[in-house]
Design a protein. Structure first.
Length: 442
């Protein structure tokens, strides 16, 4: 007997609605930039292999900032990388779309902001998450911890890449403060990083106790594995400095510069921005002053004050003791940062004492750290870029021809995107950024 074969019709595949998620909804870039941050686009669809899905992006507002052709999507599988090459300065919205099997789609909006082109874009990187970088310390492996003078957050960045911090630490609770310390200087001895506030009044001339703070953090690990732990703090260094200057005839006008109503960033103000140890010493630290300058400091010179027991100030709370002030000819500029390398070669980042100084000159000076020895200019720095040069990450071997140094800007007051808003007031952290740039020393 013959039995007829039965044919079972194939079941139609039912595909779900695709899903799409962005690792960040807000992205910042720069015109002509190299290595701008990217956004990860994670996609999926029920009943389909993620590699079969298509991801695309299109301009939905200002194509003059970035158009459809300026967006690239790379990678395969569930996670793709989206990059934007800025065409112009400003803001634009981009529509990111995933097209799944069965013709089904899903979209997300990426809010994009582009800052202007800068000199030597190949040497520039952008550290996002904060615009007010104020001090930096190298921790090896191409990474640095960067401080912010508008908060007490320390951020770990990959020095070679633009983008968000790898890790963050906020020691406000350990410091016992709710307002910013106004961190302006830092240096490292062994596994201890020393940090100092500006010690000055706020911009309105008001005394704010957290600014009169120096503190330490202990480093473990290195590179991307760096960890920081809170150490100790001291909150009377400003008082000690004023008392020392008064006892020595008010040579530098510290009492007047710290008086109520006195703004710190004026020629006779009071504002610390540099911190480094003296040659061959782990006990005497140099405080570099942004203000005062001339006519308070004789001859219009920049001021460095040695704290001769700085290690004990932090270790046991001992009252600070001081050596004679060191007056340096920086061409009428003051200290914005002060760093040395293991060979005892110092670099001084020199800039204006003024509060609004983006158009004023900046320069790098080499020094040997010896009082009475004159620093020598190694480079003039551009002043056309937004923000002010604020931090030296580390000092290279200055005896090598063509030595290169990485500096970081404080861009908090800069109008990055052409809308008149200061960077520090931007709502989205991804749009806040400081610029790190490499310079070759002459």
């Amino acid at each position: 007997m013959l039995v007829a074969a039965l044919t079972v019709p194939a079941q139609a595949v039912t595909y779900g609605t695709p899903t799409i998620a962005l690792s960040a909804s807000y992205l910042s870039g720069a015109v002509g930039a190299v290595g701008d941050p990217v956004v990860n686009v994670t996609v999926g669809q029920s009943g389909a292999d993620a590699s079969a899905l298509t991801v695309s992006a299109s301009a939905s507002s200002r194509a003059s900032v970035a158009g459809t052709g300026d967006v690239s999507v790379t990678g395969a599988g569930a996670v793709r990388q989206l990059a934007v090459a800025a065409r112009g300065r400003g803001y634009t919205n981009l529509t990111v779309k995933v097209t799944g099997l069965g013709g089904k789609t899903a979209t997300k909006t990426l809010y994009y902001a582009a800052s202007a082109a800068v000199q030597n874009p190949a040497d520039a990187r952008y550290l996002t998450g904060s615009a007010d970088a104020s001090a930096a310390v190298d921790v090896g492996g191409g990474f640095a911890v960067v401080a912010d003078d508008e908060s007490n957050v320390l951020r770990l960045y990959d020095r070679s890449r633009s983008g968000a911090p790898v890790k963050t630490w906020d020691f406000s609770s350990q410091l016992g403060v709710s307002k910013e310390v106004d961190i302006e200087g830092a240096t490292r001895i062994g596994n201890t990083i020393y940090w100092t506030g500006s010690l000055g009044n706020n911009k309105d001339g008001e005394y704010k106790a957290p600014r009169n703070t120096v503190f330490t953090t202990t480093v473990s690990g290195s590179g991307s594995g760096t960890q920081l732990a809170y150490g100790r703090s001291y909150k009377k260094l400003r008082d000690d400095l004023v008392a020392w200057d008064v006892a020595n005839g008010n040579r530098y006008g510290f009492a007047a510069g710290t008086a109520a109503g006195e703004a710190p960033k004026q020629i006779d103000g009071f504002n610390v921005e540099g911190l480094e140890f003296a040659p061959g010493s782990t006990t005497t630290a140099y405080l570099g002053f942004r203000a005062p300058l001339a006519p308070v400091v004789p001859g219009g010179k920049a001021l460095v004050v040695p704290v001769t027991n700085f290690d004990q100030v932090l270790a046991s709370g001992a009252r600070a003791t001081f050596g004679a002030g060191i007056e340096l000819d920086l061409g009428g500029l003051s200290v914005r940062d002060l760093r040395k390398n293991a060979a005892g070669q110092y670099l001084i980042l020199a800039g204006s004492w003024a509060a609004d100084d983006n158009s004023d000159p900046y320069a790098l000076y080499q020094w040997d750290g010896v009082p009475g020895h004159a620093p020598v200019k190694r480079a003039d720095l551009p002043t056309t870029d937004p923000g002010g040069w604020e931090a030296i990450v580390e000092v290279p071997d200055l005896s090598v021809a063509g030595a290169r140094v990485q500096l970081i800007t404080d861009s908090g007051s800069a109008d990055l995107y052409g809308d008149g808003a200061e960077a520090k007031d931007l709502t989205h952290p991804e749009w806040k950024k400081a610029r790190a740039a490499w310079f070759t020393l002459g």
